[in-house]
Each structure stands twice: as C-alpha cells, then as structure tokens.
Design a protein around this ligand. Structure first.
Ligand SMILES: [Zn+2]
Length: 200
C-alpha cells in the first residue's frame, strides 16, 4: 500500500494507528479478487478505515492523488505546487472528511498527511529496472495517505458518521469504508447521495 518515498508533512501518532490497519490489510491480501496491494487505487474511489475504541476515533484515508489534486505526476508548475498545498490544507481539517454527532463532543487530535505525489518517480515513464520492480503496481500513480485522531468525551454517542469529503473533493465518487466500533465491525460503500454511515 505504501509508496517507496512518502513525504511526511505533519508528524504525529501514526505509529499507534498502523498496527491495527496492518492486521486488516493482511486479511484482505488473500482476497484473490483484488489486484495485489493496490485494490485501493481506483480513480474516483477512496478507502476509509475507521476504528472507534474507548474515547477516540482513528480515521485513515487512502486516496489516489487524482481524486484530490486532479493529477498524479510530479508537480512541474507553480500552479501544481499550489494545488498540492491547498490539498494538504484541506485534508488536514478532519471536518472536511467527516462529521460526528455533536453529542459525542469530539475534538480533533493529531493528524498526518503523506503523499507520494512529490516522489520523483511518480508519473515518470523513465523508470530504471530496479524502480520498476519496486514500483510495479504504482507506475504512473500517486496517492495521499491521511490519518486523523478524534478525541471524544462521549464516544458512546457516535452511532453514525456523515462523510463530508464528497463535498470538498468532488472527484471522489465512492468511499469504501471498513469500520471497527468496539467489538463490532462492518463495511460499507458510500457515495455522494448516500453519505451517512450507520454503525449497526
Ligand atoms: Zn492513479
């Protein structure tokens, strides 16, 4: 899932999130219907992992850069550089991705935004043999990998989540959601006209 060279824009508690999702990914790597390791990279789709545990909600979003900036090549103009900066700013605000019930009293915690868009190999057609081997599934593509943690005083009140990302990133047509809510878990596919995820 990871590109070889992520640009770390905002460091935080990513390492506390990673093990949970690593286990998830392992399960799905055995699904032979999915292309190896990049089942996520369909333009117009994002992968969203939500884990609600104790008093916090961990949010992980993996999206093709195409959905976010409209391109996946190494930025070569000032305009493209600005588009990336704007995207990073948008992605850094949890409220642009999802909305939680007011009664849950949630505050945004640490967030990370990583992208392979700045990787010099992204979008390149001049790959070396070694690059090609390493990047076989990624050639010409770039992604954003975003994590957010929400701290909630009354997490028990979170019975649903509304996805706001469709409004802020109109290129996203579909969100494939996997969620863990205490002892329960599930999956859902949400779309711009079906933005409400219910944990039931
Ligand atoms: Zn792509």
């Amino acid at each position: 899932m990871h590109m070889p060279t992520f640009i770390l824009i905002a460091a935080s508690l990513f390492m506390t999130v990673a093990p949970v999702f690593a286990a998830e990914k392992h399960d799905h790597s055995h699904d032979e219907d999915l292309p190896r390791d990049l089942g996520s990279h369909v333009h117009g789709e994002v992968l969203l992992n939500l884990v609600l545990e104790a008093n916090h909600l961990d949010v992980e979003m993996i999206s093709p850069a195409m959905n976010i900036t409209g391109f996946e090549h190494t930025p070569s103009t000032e305009e493209e550089q600005q588009a990336i900066k704007k995207a990073v700013a948008l992605l850094g605000d949890t409220g642009n991705l999802l909305a939680l019930p007011d009664a849950a009293l949630c505050e945004p915690g640490p967030a990370t935004i990583e992208t392979s868009l700045m990787d010099e190999h992204a979008g390149s057609h001049e790959e070396t043999a070694a690059d090609h081997e390493h990047d076989a599934d990624h050639a010409g593509h770039a992604e954003f990998h975003v994590t957010h943690r929400m701290e909630c005083e009354n997490a028990a009140a979170i019975d649903s989540i509304t996805l706001e990302l469709f409004r802020h990133f109109p290129n996203v047509e579909k969100a494939r959601v996997q969620w863990i809510h205490g002892q329960r878990q599930g999956a859902a596919v949400l779309e711009p006209d079906n933005r409400l995820l219910r944990f039931d």
